[in-house]
Design a protein around this ligand. Structure first.
Ligand SMILES: Cc1cc2nc3c(=O)[nH]c(=O)nc-3n(C[C@H](O)[C@H](O)[C@H](O)COP(=O)(O)OP(=O)(O)OC[C@H]3O[C@@H](n4cnc5c(N)ncnc54)[C@H](O)[C@@H]3O)c2cc1C
Length: 499
C-alpha cells in the first residue's frame, strides 16, 4: 500500500462512511472513522433481545459487486467473510383482497404470477423491464458514481435525462406499462425503499427493477450485522482507526479550509480532508454554523422535501410462521391516498401498509428453536408532522399487531414476545437525521444529481459528503456509490494540489 502522511477524518460509520474509510485507506491515507454510536453500521445497527436478533435497518442486499469491490481493494474476497444468499421469492406481496403475488428471481416465474392477475400485463412487464434497463444503463452505470459538483456536470446530462423522461415519476412509468391496479402497486413500491413517494420520485429510480434483475436480491447470512462486522474486520486489519461513542459537535473551518473537528467532550481531531457521512442538512445546520447562510443547494431548507419517517416494530414469536416469506409487503386498502397522507398532508391515518422482515425464513440464527424473529416497518410522516410519538407509539403497535393477527399471522397476539419499537424521534436522536427522516432528503427530480447535496462542499475545498442525502442518494447501493464519487474527487484534488 502506498504510504501517505495525510490525515482523513470520516464522520459517521454508516455504509457510506465505512466505504469511504476503506477507499481512502486503500489510497494510503491515515484514516480515522468516528461515530457517535457504540457500534459501526449507522442505520444497520443490531439489536439483541431475549434470544432474538434483529437487524435494525437495511436487510435487502442488491448490487453485491459494490461490497465485493471494497474487499478487492485489499486483495481479499468478500465470500471469505460473509455469504450473500440469493432469495426466492424476492418479495411476497399480500394485498387487502387476500390475494398474494410473488415477485421472483426468474422472469418466467414472475410472468406466471403476473398472469394469475392479468395475462395482458405479462407483455407490459417485459416492456417495463426494457425501459428500466435503458434507465439503468445511464442512471446507474454512467451517472451514479460520477460527481455532480458543477452545474455544467448536470447540463451535460440534460439530453440523457430528458430522453429518459426523468421528470416523470416512477408510478408514471410503471402505469404506462402495467394496467392491473394491484400489480401497479407492486411494481411501483421501489421508491419507498429509498424514502420516496412513488408518485413524485423521479423515474430514474425505476432503474431498480433492472438493477435487481441484473444482480439479484440477497440476504447476508448472519444478517446485515454480520456484513457490518466483516467490514469492521477488514478496516481493523488494514489500519483504519475506529473511534466510537464520539459525537462531533463542530467542524472547524478557516479560510475556506476544514482543519478538523471537535467532539462534544472537547477533543479535537485534526485532518487534511474531512468526509461527512452524517446527514448533510444536519451537518450544515448544526456542525458548520458559519456555513448556514451560504447557499449549498438551489432551494432553501423550507422548500426542501424530506423522505418519510419510519416506525419499526421489532418482536419475536413463540412459534414459527412458515408461510411468511423473508420479505413480505403487506398492502393496506389505500395506496396513492395513503402516500399523500404520509408525504403531503403529514397525518397519521388509521390504515397503513407494512414491510414485514422474517430473517428466520433464511437464517435460523435469528431466533431460538421453534421461534421466529420479525421486524415490521410502517412508513409514517417525518417529524415535520405534529405527532406525539410517546402517545402514538403504543397505539400504532396495537393496530399493527391486530391487523397482522387478522390476516397473515393468526394468533400473533398470544405468541408475540420481546417487542419494542423505534419512531422518527429515535432516528433524529440516534442518527442525527434531520426531521427524523428515514432516508434524508426525498429522491425527487429537483433534489437529485446537481440538485442534491454535493459530494464536495462548494465553498470548502477539502470537505466531502458520502451519505444518503448527497448524490446519488439513499439505499446501500446509493451510499456505496457516494463513497466512490468522493474517492474520485479526492484523487482529482490531490492531482490539482500537486500540479
Ligand atoms: C429500517 C430501514 C430499512 C432499510 N432497508 C434497506 C434495504 O433493505 N436495502 C437498502 O439498500 N437500503 C435500505 N435502507 C436504506 C439504507 O439503510 C440507508 O440509506 C443507508 O444505510 C444510509 O447509509 P449512510 O451511509 O447514509 O449512513 P447512516 O446509516 O445514516 O449512518 C450515518 C452515521 O453517522 C453518525 N453520525 C451522524 N452525525 C454524527 C456526528 N456529529 N458525530 C458522529 N457520528 C455522527 C450516525 O450516528 C450514523 O451512525 C433502509 C433504511 C432503514 C432505516
Amino acid at each position: 500500500m502506498i504510504k501517505n502522511n495525510k490525515k482523513i477524518l470520516v464522520i459517521g460509520a454508516g455504509f457510506g462512511g465505512i466505504a469511504s474509510a476503506l477507499r481512502m485507506r486503500a489510497l494510503g491515507y491515515d484514516v480515522t472513522l468516528i461515530d457517535r454510536l457504540s457500534a459501526i453500521g449507522g442505520r444497520a445497527q443490531v439489536f439483541n433481545r431475549g434470544g432474538f436478533k434483529h437487524d435494525a435497518g437495511p436487510t435487502v442486499i442488491t448490487a453485491p459487486f459494490l461490497f465485493d469491490e471494497l474487499f478487492e481493494l485489499f486483495d481479499e474476497n468478500r465470500e471469505d467473510y460473509v455469504e450473500f444468499r440469493a432469495l426466492d421469492p424476492w418479495y411476497r406481496f399480500y394485498f387487502h383482497t387476500g390475494e398474494q403475488f410473488d415477485y421472483r428471481p426468474s422472469v418466467e416465474d414472475t410472468n406466471k404470477e403476473i398472469a394469475r392477475f392479468s395475462p395482458k400485463d405479462v407483455k407490459g412487464y417485459s416492456r417495463l423491464l426494457k425501459a428500466s434497463q435503458a434507465i439503468y444503463e445511464i442512471g446507474f452505470e454512467k451517472l451514479s458514481d460520477k460527481p455532480f459538483t458543477k452545474f455544467w456536470d448536470m447540463m451535460a446530462q440534460i439530453p440523457s435525462l430528458i430522453k429518459l423522461q426523468s421528470y416523470f415519476s416512477v408510478s408514471g412509468i410503471v402505469n404506462k406499462y402495467i394496467k392491473h391496479p394491484l400489480l401497479r402497486q407492486a411494481f411501483s413500491i421501489h421508491p419507498l425503499l429509498v424514502g420516496g413517494n412513488p408518485f413524485s420520485t423521479t423515474s430514474i429510480y425505476a432503474l431498480i427493477h433492472y438493477l435487481e434483475r441484473r444482480w439479484g436480491v440477497f440476504f447476508a447470512m448472519g444478517g446485515t450485522g454480520k456484513l457490518v462486522q466483516s467490514l469492521y474486520d477488514l478496516m481493523n486489519k488494514n489500519g483504519v482507526k475506529i473511534i466510537l461513542d464520539t459525537d462531533i459537535a463542530q467542524i472547524e473551518v478557516k479560510n475556506n479550509k476544514a482543519l478538523g473537528a471537535t467532539s462534544t467532550d472537547g477533543r479535537f481531531f485534526s485532518a487534511d480532508r474531512i468526509i461527512c457521512n452524517g446527514d448533510p442538512p444536519t451537518v450544515y445546520s448544526q456542525m458548520l454554523p458559519g456555513e448556514k447562510n451560504r447557499s449549498k443547494r438551489l432551494f432553501p431548507e423550507k422548500l426542501t422535501q424530506y423522505s418519510m419517517g419510519l416506525y419499526v416494530l421489532f418482536f419475536g414469536t413463540e412459534k414459527t410462521y412458515e408461510d411468511i416469506a423473508h420479505h413480505t409487503i403487506w398492502m393496506g386498502p389505500r395506496y396513492k391516498e395513503l402516500l399523500s397522507d404520509i408525504f403531503d398532508r403529514k397525518i397519521l391515518a388509521d390504515d397503513f401498509s407494512l414491510y414485514v422482515h422474517r430473517p428466520t425464513a433464511t437464517d435460523s440464527s435469528f431466533a431460538p428453536d421453534g421461534c421466529d424473529s420479525f421486524y415490521v416497518l410502517c412508513p409514517v410522516p417525518n417529524l415535520r408532522a405534529d405527532i406525539d410519538w410517546d402517545e402514538t407509539g403504543p397505539i400504532l403497535q396495537e393496530r399493527i399487531i391486530n391487523e397482522l393477527s387478522n390476516t397473515i399471522m393468526p394468533d400473533l397476539k398470544s405468541v408475540i414476545t420481546d417487542d419494542f419499537y423505534m419512531t422518527p424521534v429515535d432516528f433524529k436522536d440516534d442518527y442525527r437525521s434531520m426531521h427524523g427522516a428515514g432516508f434524508s432528503i426525498a429522491p425527487i427530480f429537483l433534489q437529485s444529481a446537481w440538485f442534491r447535496f454535493h459530494n464536495r462542499d462548494p465553498h470548502i475545498d477539502n470537505l466531502y459528503f458520502a451519505a444518503a442525502g448527497a448524490h446519488p442518494g439513499a439505499g446501500i447501493p446509493g451510499v456505496l456509490s457516494s463513497a466512490k464519487v468522493v474517492e474520485s474527487l479526492v484523487i482529482e484534488d490531490e492531482k490539482k494540489q500537486q500540479s
